[in-house]
Design a protein. Sequence first.
Length: 192
Amino acid sequence: MKKNNLIIFVIVPLISIFFFSCGKDLSRGQAEEAIVQKLNLPQSETTQFDVLFVEGDIPWNLTHISKQEENMLNNLSNKGLVTIQKIPHITNIPGPFGGSIGSQSWRTIKVELTNEGKQYLVRQNKDQYTVKICDITFGEVTGIQTQEQFKVAEVQYTLKRENPTPFAIEISQNPINRTATFSLYDDGWRIK
């Protein structure tokens, strides 16, 4: 009888505590699965660039090309991803009493994707191209901090960039640090 009492009053509660405490812990695997599902990973990281630029003195409010944009376009052209067409324009400036008091000149710079570049095209409108530069994938769970009294867990994790495309000019290979909050419900942990 004493053995049965020992089993009932000591061992059964210890086993119950063990099983219930294991069920309440948020594992790294559970956190990763929930984060990947919520963020719909992997995702494509994209960049945008204009279809049309101008150089020189222009009579309209068009996008002037910066030195950085010009270098980027030349780099993409050298890789065979875009073609660049520079179209010169000259217009006379009318004088106050007729005739002309001078002229303005500028160049329109038209950018088009080549067949090689089009395989990375995500979206295009009349003003811009949106192209894929890499995939964003799940890295790792770096820590889980649980606040049991509030039934909340904060998960630190990383994302990483993989599979860079030729459009990926100077992308960081450093992990992207993020935080996710989870709440404990009667059926388990849920990401907010």
